[in-house]
Design a protein around this ligand. Sequence first.
Ligand code: TYD
Ligand code: MG
Length: 453
Amino acid sequence: RKKEKTVFFCKECGHESTKWLGQCPGCGQWNTFVEEVIKNDTNLSGEISSDLPKTRPTKLKDVNYDEFSRTSTKMEELDRVLGGGIVKNSLILLGGDPGIGKSTLLLQVCKNLANQDKKVLYVSGEESLQQIKMRAERLGDFSKDMYLYCETDLSDVSREIINNSPDFVVIDSIQTMYNANVTASLGSVSQIRESTGILMRLAKEVGTTIVIVGHVTKEGTVAGPRVLEHMVDTVLYFEGDRYASYRVLRSVKNRFGSTNEVGVFEMNEDGLRQVNNPSEYMLSGRPENATGSIASCSMEGSRPILLEVQALICETSFQIPQRTANGIDLKRVNLLMAVLEKRARVKMSFCDAYVNIAGGLKIKEPAIDLGIALAMYSSFKNIPIDEKLVAFGEIGLSGEVRMVNMAEQRVLEAKKLGFEKVILPETSANSLKKISGIKIIGVKDVSEAIKAL
Ligand code: TYD
Ligand code: MG
């Protein structure tokens, strides 16, 4: 057998193939295959394995739950996403676009853990000691110390972890870690997978929590964090508009908790601040008496978040009308325009349409359909919508307004924030128990919703 072989990997999802493919059968993306040379059946992590303490099989009744103990990061929003704090011996992946605030968040976590007398090691392959210190100084009180280590050679990093057994380790970022036993280039699929495999073993066997930072990359041959998702215990993504200050932390996989929760943060001069009442935050700065603006409600995990949907509809001066959507899928906007046109006789196919979720949140939940449709209607007809009104509901192709889950939580959130009226699917309205202090308007279809405005 040959010592080395050439394989092709999708740098988005890690799909492996013996030949180059234009479209990845794994994730459906185009032009994501990169060529890598890997060594044939050598024990790549052998060198480090020999340093690790040997484990033995354990009797079931001897297993104690101590190993599952959680430590609070002293950031409620993060603890919630993790399912109640960080779990000992776990490997966590934190993904996100460059510059979104991953290093900042983790440095803050390091600070909070160090201040609880935990032994913390922050490994950076991206910044110098001085740069990290400069950042740390903006983040406040590091009175209890922590260790910084600027190193990209994973065998050195492993040795430090084995020798000092810290409670918490950050690897910033996995794409900068280099493993001399792997022939493939820095940041390649095989490099970052092999490194992650080693870190997983370290986390389990040394008994530490390791957080890996993974940049989401669009260009070049550097592999993205999705390639590692199946290898780790918990996968978190940090999202948001780089130019807006809010950030959402989402969990897409969690062996120790639900994947439903989100954490909301705001980027400030002194690091990330938690946003405990996201609805208030998302609705701040709403224009008064403006057309094309309405409040809607989306569930983010178990939390309802009220937000402002904005639409601008105007007659086009182009050959083909322009359509732009921010924070929601453009296809959804096109579909809703078609439904309005066909089912509610709102003729706007000759119009440009711009739809925006204020604050920059990205919403996938169809429950804001009704908000979008009414915002578009309001802009098209130049009629402002009552500021004290919230509308939510999924819209079907026949123009029907369909039931959404957790209607009650949404209505209660609206009431809490001082809204006076809510338009929602009739079916949801009927299943609601009585809520006083807010007017409930159940509607069957878009036309009824428009009438109710
Ligand atoms: P960073 O954590 O370096 O992002 P990542 O590690 O995900 O690449 O955050 C980078 C941005 O955050 C940078 O543009 C500066 C900004 N920032 C603040 O606004 N306030 C702060 O206190 C810090 C530390 C950074
Ligand atoms: Mg960084």
